[in-house]
Design a protein. Sequence first.
Length: 245
Amino acid sequence: MTHDLEITLDRSSPVPLYHQVASAFEKAIRDGSLPAETKLENEISLAKRYNLSRPTMRQAMDQLVQHGLVVRRRGVGTQVIGAPVRRNLKLSSLYNDLQDEGATPQTTVLSLELTHAEAEVAEKLNLAQGAEVHHMIRLRSVDGRPLAIMENWVPRSIASFDQAELESDGLYNLLRRAGIDFRMAHQTVGADIADADQATLLATDVGAPLVMMDRTALDSRGIAVECGHHVYRADMYSFDITLVN
């Protein structure tokens, strides 16, 4: 709870008080002093605690909401959701990106089957319609918080999988061990809203915003080796893009 959070405000500083407060909360969230799911006091109590006006305290909370660090929920109040995952757009897996950031990814396999590729999947993988593919749906969490639902298809000839290895490692790591040399991918990023099943799995609300990504990865021969459709909680996930001229 916030009673453990000491904030020293410099009232003579040109930095606005609301920003000083928001920065102190952000630091505490990012270093784990205020862990995910911590419920914060209401703005009136916080304003009194730090000897601030209620509008100033509201500005500070608004900044934390905008940065994806806390969320306001009806009937619950303001709650910490933790530091969001920021991911560079590059040919890498979410599993490895989370590990590189020092997070602990967890995977739950929701389904794993050998099936026949429908037309859209067959086209993406350059297969004959009805060709056999591994179809998997996984829930990826970070530090115990649901982050993404990942649906992937891999041609049967590429590799084989079992639930245990998919829950203990990332898909791209498994494919690399099977001899796949990833070289490029076609990727589309968009937006969606959570349906009832997605909301339950991702521990969010029906209609909550989601980041959507479709990707088809190719090996060094230019052969499609996997395609996927992933959705992420938008309040916990974003892409970083560097543009050059």
